[in-house]
Design a protein around this ligand. Structure first.
Ligand code: NAD
Ligand code: MG
Length: 384
């Protein structure tokens, strides 16, 4: 019997994926890496496969299949390619937990497949819950599947809730660093360059989430993610700007008591906790020193300048597929910004216009999310 925990990492070549491999590699007696996947970075996927020896790899881009296959010829590693393979590999019997570390709406389908196969989900791919939280959480309940958050704010809330699951949450506060443009005016934001937007003050992350952090869309997506993870109403979720990123988020209970989880900003900790819950494994990660942070500060989010945050609340209020529409618009807009086709402020403009113009389908089924995502992308592209 295999007593080690079988892990699949969807998106192993990304920021979360590579850090997850470090965590898994540090505990060979605990984890058994089964599957890793990448979209197009074949070189890194091959390197990771040779180092970590999973049973299977998936390369999304089918034109790279031969290259990966040839490179791994001497190893006992099965190579798959194409989008459909993602939803198949997550079903492997040996897998216990699927870490969804791929970016964007592309995570929805394989996550649903993993839940149907009754795999525990370690969820980094917030877009999946944003788009189809109702469907995903319902399916997880029906299949008795736990979804453990990897996102640092949600991991913080989850860590505060351990031992308190029977107690009602009055409110949660998601902390936000404020990103590289905290305190900037709309006028100043008009001339923001791509390089400036890609420079996050506290976290090194993939390009998409780095831009989302600069526009505050990331916090908007996280508000929606929190709603589904912790079964909250919109008015129970507040955002507070905390530039030092030490307090990762807070829960307020019905007696007024507040619990926070703190630590240096390092995604390896929430990744590891999602893979080992309820256990905490000893690490040599750098420790927090109070003298390095004599002041922890908190301020209001500037919702006037950073419009994406309110758009997320609006999408929640609209229900149906509205959040899926907002997410699709944002994926299109961020992609256009990364390709320097639009300006920084265009991102929120495209998001707002798309949310206002595409029809949110109420009581959606899976096909409705697919349709809303398609329509919103088409509309958003017309605004680029
Ligand atoms: P990234 O861009 O660094 O990596 C993305 C990974 O997904 C890569 O392995 C890539 O090959 C794969 N991928 C990209 N497009 C794909 C597609 N269409 N189909 C299949 N695979 C695809 O991204 P990241 O920063 O690691 O973020 C991953 C997810 O985790 C995102 O949803 C992000 O919001 C979330 N997250 C990231 C951080 C962080 O610190 N990076 C923190 C919290 C949450
Ligand atoms: Mg986060």
């Amino acid at each position: 019997m295999n007593v080690k925990k079988g892990i699949a990492i969807l998106g192993s070549t990304g920021s979360i994926g590579t850090q997850a491999l470090e965590v898994i590699g540090a505990y060979p007696d605990i984890f058994d890496l089964q599957v890793i996947t990448a979209h197009s970075n074949a070189d890194l996927l091959i390197e990771q496969a040779i180092k970590h020896l999973p049973n299977a790899v998936v390369i999304g881009d089918e034109t790279l299949y031969e290259k990966v296959k040839q490179s791994l010829w001497d190893y006992d590693i099965t190579v798959y390619s194409g989008e459909a393979a993602l939803s198949q590999v997550v079903e492997f019997h040996e897998i216990h937990t699927v870490l969804t570390a791929l970016v964007g709406y592309a995570g929805l389908k394989p996550t649903l497949a993993a839940i149907r196969a009754k795999k525990t989900i370690a969820l980094a791919n917030k877009e999946t819950l944003v788009c189809a939280g109702e469907l995903v959480t319902k399916l997880a309940r029906e299949n008795g599947v736990n979804i453990y958050p990897v996102d640092s704010e949600h991991s913080a809330i989850f860590q505060c809730l351990v031992g308190e699951f029977h107690n009602k949450i009055e409110k949660i506060y998601l902390t936000a660093s404020g990103g590289p443009f905290r305190g900037w005016s709309t006028e100043q934001l008009k001339t923001v360059t791509l390089a400036q937007a890609l420079k996050h003050p506290n976290w090194a992350m993939g390009a998409k989430i780095t831009i989302d952090s600069a526009t505050m869309m990331n916090k908007g997506l996280e508000v929606i993610e929190a709603k589904w993870l912790f079964s909250l109403k919109a008015e129970q979720i507040d955002v507070i700007v905390h530039p030092q990123s030490i307090v990762h988020s807070l829960v307020q209970f019905e007696d007024g008591s507040m619990k926070a989880q703190m630590g240096l900003p390092d995604m390896k900790l929430p990744i590891q906790f999602a893979l080992t819950y309820p256990d905490r494994l000893k690490t040599d990660f750098p420790r927090f020193n109070f003298m390095d942070y004599p002041q922890l500060t908190f301020e209001k989010a500037d919702k006037e300048t950073f419009k994406n945050l309110d758009l997320a609340y609006k999408a929640m209020e609209m229900e149906g597929t509205a959040a899926c529409i907002l997410n699709a618009a944002n994926e299109v807009a961020v992609d256009a910004f990364l390709n320097e086709k639009i300006s920084f402020l265009d991102i929120a403009r495209i998001n707002e216009e798309t949310l206002n113009n595409c029809i949110s389908i109420q009581k959606p089924e899976y096909e409705d999310f697919v349709e809303s995502d398609r329509q919103a992308r088409e509309f958003a592209k017309s605004l680029v």
